[in-house]
Design a protein around this ligand. Sequence first.
Ligand code: PRP
Ligand code: URA
Length: 213
Amino acid sequence: MALKVGKFTVLNHPLIQHKLTIIRNKNTGTKVFREVANEIAELMVYEITRDLPLEDVVVNTPMGKTTQKTLSGKKLAVIPILRAGLGMVDGVLELIPAAKVGHIGMYRDEKTLKPHEYFVKMPTDIDQRNLFIVDPMLATGGSAIMAIDALKKRGASNMRLVVLVAAPEGVRAVQEAHPDVDIYAAALDEKLNEDGYIIPGLGDAGDRLFGTK
Ligand code: PRP
Ligand code: URA
């Protein structure tokens, strides 16, 4: 189930909506937050991979030879934007265990809200892979835009941005900067507040995942 406008899609499957409500709740503790964030990421990836290409392959069952389908096309990689993106990686790998993982470290200056890159470590062949960039929050869009810039600079050309909660401001900013990138969210929220937090959102995703602050 999905609501799609251009290259922005809200994956509003009932299970995704239900689980997102659990992690929005301020009384949900770190353990459950972690588990459920990964479960949502897994459900989202299930939805997003519906269009993966298939090819014919001959397989011998115990009963004889048959031609069946297997995945074809480019290999995949998951790219978490640190820290909070780490909270979605295990969920993605549940469904795509052979995916490589590239890390991109970025933090948002609390005053200016501008992102700062502090770490990039990518698989050597990202230019030949389809990438799922994961981060729970798309707020101003600055972090996602900088992450996509960094990946394109390293030769990546096929990538999708997968977030739990998006603000309209962030969706617009990413679409303007990178109109080729598909964005998938579990929810499109109302707005940003004056501190750059998503309303109603779920608070600071990194702090809630790792128990900091
Ligand atoms: C959060 C979040 C995104 C970013 C979104 O990370 O995980 O990366 O903010 O905001 P933006 O769209 O306005 O750039 P944060 O900078 O808090 O770092 P953390 O994951 O280490 O907590
Ligand atoms: N980063 C977060 O973790 N939460 C927000 O609401 C906005 C940015």
